[in-house]
Design a protein around this ligand. Structure first.
Ligand code: B12
Ligand code: SF4
Length: 553
């Protein structure tokens, strides 16, 4: 039997590819997943496909992340150079919104499957095998015989209740010795922030409807299967937003899921979710904590400045950001957030407001960055209309509104890149560390010491307030208006930032070793772990790249 190669990031089990693999398997097709996590994977992928005894019928490449599009296109070019003659298709968020540009500029690529593609990829493969035309398949964009880009109709998205559960081959990752798995209980989000493509995604395929949810029983069945078959105890919900815009419905849904899990006798488990600040209601979060054992709730603060809230179209008020933090504190829950402190309209006062927010919420881990212009977003459309972009459809760049804010941005990026981005970045890692601590707190309550949590919070404050201090110093430097060398200012500050990062990392290692030792001591007595909580011998530990996943998912 011939096969289909699916290429994409696998920092964890990649649900995009694994839903497609499951859909293909249901129709009798074998799909192999080829992870593309680092530049060195490129050569392996090209070799595996081009030198296969039987080359795949179709290669499908996931281009969800715009910033990785060039690397993904390198696979396409590499395959053609290596002589692969089969059909190459692409899908995912960026490919969907940039389908026409991709096909116009890269003749090596044969088609793009837009939006959710479980059905589209099956129909594409069937048509190719049967030698039928593909240009009328819903969801497919391709070229006609004259080379003109042609798009089939939009594909109506699948009924989530009918989808095959994602393919789960491979060993699960772990967090503090407990296996984890990503999953989704819904697709879409009720909001329509200007920097995000999720609302456009649904608007194009289901006008007027922003999200769809799975029946709680179906979600519970998937979780139970993951637990029984793979030992998964931590469920990372990748829903764009785990919440719907109704307190009553959230309560009903979370209770229904908890009931379904209890009926199925799930045993110990924890979850990770994402929320908007206005979703953080005390009663709802109490259910999340007590019945669904939320280990972490990412609360999308993004900005606390009135200007930012308008530019980013957050449709909420600053007081709701503050209230969300209070809910987390009141329930002693772990939350984390990211701040888009730089956006196209940022002013020095709005920057100061956001830095103030960070200072007030420094007992939680956070990160900050600039708002990027992603394909399919209202913000990109606005910036193009205002002629404020540079670059092209692969990557649009922009300058901030005033020279002062642009200076603060450039200095901040220079000073904070090692702390904010990439493997080893403390702002990312510390969120992963806290998740390990919360995992210990939930699953090993018998040895967990409250003092560990206080030490962890002290580390959050230490990092958060140091970041605040650095940002304030940069803003003050720019505000002072004195002519001076920005690079020298950053060069002077950077060693202090790096020293603190080193110190905090060491303090975490000591804390982690204490937790490890306490838990290891209980493992001499298997009964103390509970009937289904024996350490997983085979699960894969979380590596540094995956810590990034643990922080942001
Ligand atoms: C999980 C996730 C991650 C994980 C990635 C895990 C992995 N895959 O290894 C982590 C946490 C690492 C992550 C990080 C980031 N992410 Co993210 N992430 C998501 C999230 C929330 C869910 C993805 C998912 O599993 N979806 C469920 C599956 C079933 O749906 P799907 O991905 O849409 O897949 C369907 C279709 O797209 C299509 N499809 C997808 N691939 C392919 C391939 C082929 C061949 C075909 C035919 C079809 C197809 O068919 C699939 C099945 O229906 C999405 C939002 C979303 N709704 O998808 C954002 C999203 C993809 N992330 C986004 C961003 C911006 C980021 C970050 C840049 C954030 C940051 N500032 O750090 C980083 C960078 C990641 C990196 N290092 O490369 C943006 C991408 C925007 C863009 N166009 O670039 C999204 C869309 C979120 C958003 N609201 O804007 N992310
Ligand atoms: S709340 Fe999050 S997922 Fe929803 S539209 Fe805004 S950024 Fe996108």
């Amino acid at each position: 039997m011939s096969w289909i190669a699916l290429v994409g990031p696998e920092l964890e089990e990649n649900l995009s590819l694994r839903y497609l693999a499951a859909a293909l398997a249901t129709e009798g097709w074998r799909a192999e997943i080829l992870p593309f996590n680092r530049p060195r994977d490129l050569a392996t992928i090209v070799r595996t496909i081009a030198e296969a005894d039987e080359p795949p019928l179709v290669v499908g490449i996931s281009v969800a992340f715009q910033w990785r599009a060039v690397e993904m296109l390198a696979v396409v070019m590499g395959l053609r150079e290596a002589g692969y003659r089969g059909h190459i298709t692409a899908g995912g968020h960026f490919a969907t919104f940039a389908a026409e540009d991709l096909l116009a500029d890269f003749t090596e690529l044969d088609s793009v499957c837009r939006h959710e593609s479980e059905q589209t990829i099956v129909e594409l493969v069937d048509a190719l095998v049967a030698g039928r035309a593909i240009d009328t398949i819903a969801g497919v964009v391709t070229r006609d015989t004259a080379g003109t880009v042609v798009a089939g109709p939009m594909r109506h998205p699948p009924d989530l209740a009918t989808l095959a559960h994602p393919d789960r081959r491979g060993l699960p990752k772990q967090c503090f010795g407990h296996a984890l798995a990503p999953l989704v209980s819904s697709r879409g989000c009720y909001a329509d922030c200007s920097f995000c493509c999720i609302a456009s995604w649904h608007e194009q395929t289901l006008p007027g409807k922003r999200y769809r949810v799975r029946p709680p029983e179906d979600v519970a069945d998937e979780m139970i299967a993951l637990k029984r078959e793979r030992g998964v105890e931590i469920f990372i919900f990748h829903d764009d937003n785990f919440f719907v815009p109704s307190k009553k419905k959230n309560l009903e849904r979370f209770h229904a899921l908890a009931d379904a899990l209890e009926e199925r006798d799930i045993g110990p488990f924890g979850i990770v979710v994402k929320a908007r600040p206005n979703d953080a209601d005390l009663e709802v979060f109490r259910v999340l904590r007590d019945r669904l054992h939320a280990l972490r709730s990412y609360v999308g603060i993004e900005t606390d400045a009135d200007q930012g809230l308008v530019t980013l179209q957050r449709r909420l008020a600053s007081k709701q950001n503050h209230a969300a933090i209070e809910v987390l504190r009141e329930l002693d829950m772990f939350g984390c957030f990211n701040m888009l402190i730089f956006d196209p309209d940022t002013t020095l006062p709005s920057l100061e407001t956001n830095v103030e927010f960070m200072a007030n919420a420094a007992d939680f881990p956070f990160n900050f960055c600039r708002t990027e212009l992603y394909a399919g977003t209202p913000l990109l459309r606005r910036m193009l209309a205002e002629k404020r972009t540079s670059g092209d459809w692969l990557h649009y760049d922009y300058r901030l509104r005033t020279p002062e804010v642009q200076r603060v941005f450039e200095m901040s990026i220079d000073a904070f890149t090692p702390r904010n981005f990439g493997p080893g970045a403390l702002h990312n890692n510390i969120g992963g560390w806290r998740l390990e601590l919360e995992t210990c707190r939930l699953f090993h309550a018998e040895v967990f010491r409250p003092a560990w949590l206080e030490r962890m919070k002290a580390l959050h404050r230490c990092v958060g307030l140091d970041t605040v201090e650095g940002l304030r110093a940069i803003i003050e430097h720019v505000r002072s208006g004195k002519p001076s060398d920005d690079a020298a200012f950053v060069a002077d500050m950077a060693p202090r930032l790096r020293a603190l990062e080193h110190d905090v990392t060491q303090r975490w290692r000591v804390l982690r070793a204490e937790m490890d030792a306490a838990v290891a001591a209980t493992r001499h007595d298997p009964r103390s772990l509970g009937h289904d909580m024996t350490p997983l011998q085979n699960a894969v530990p979380v590596d540094e790249t995956a810590r990034e996943v643990l922080h942001y998912v």
